[in-house]
Unconditional design. Structure first.
Length: 187
């Protein structure tokens, strides 16, 4: 599509007309400016991909913004691996928040970098011991951020089956890495 035709597009005209209101709407419901900008960019991209004509572009954009904010909130609400699968019998989660920070955070010292590398090495070794199906779902959901729904759509495997595989993987990893955890925490 040439630049002149794109400028005259009714969709782009409607987007331009309500952009500031839409951005204010999103910013009023998100924590940070960058979150709002990301959401606006995502829904603009979604609008450009729509194949059917959109009668009321402004209404579509606000609905898409609400949906995207809901999706973002769900992602942020998801508990990280360390506390998500703690046994009910344990009073303490499998890994402490500090250990999660060591795994996923930016090391602030050479000691933290070494510790992170040690833990990642053990985790990678433990992951390699898992059956392929369990390792796949664990890596996709925990390390790559896939939702179970998206993974189910891509693989054709039911969400329940994926949940079961991940649960088995977590149980194995928990028992396999428990010794390292005890050594690191001094228990």
């Amino acid at each position: 599509m040439c630049a002149e035709k794109r400028k005259n597009s009714p969709i782009l005209s409607a987007l331009t007309a309500c952009r500031s209101k839409l951005l204010a709407f999103i910013r009023g419901r998100t924590a940070g400016r960058y979150d709002a900008d990301d959401i606006l960019q995502e829904i603009t991209y979604q609008l450009m991909k729509v194949e059917q004509p959109v009668e009321n572009v402004a209404a579509w954009l606000f609905r898409a913004a609400r949906n995207e904010m809901t999706d973002q909130a769900r992602k942020k609400r998801e508990l990280p691996l360390p506390t998500h699968y703690a046994d009910d019998s344990d009073d303490e989660p499998f890994l402490e928040d500090e250990l999660a920070e060591t795994l996923f955070g930016v090391p602030q010292s050479p000691e933290e970098a070494y510790l992170s590398e040690l833990i990642w090495d053990e985790l990678i070794n433990a992951l390699s011991e898992l059956p392929e199906a369990q390792r796949f779902v664990f890596e996709k959901t925990e390390l790559e951020g896939y939702s179970f729904k998206k993974l189910a759509e891509e693989t054709g495997v039911s969400v329940q089956a994926l949940l079961s595989r991940k649960h088995k993987a977590v149980l194995y990893l928990r028992s396999r890495l428990h010794t390292l955890y005890d050594e690191l925490t001094g228990e």
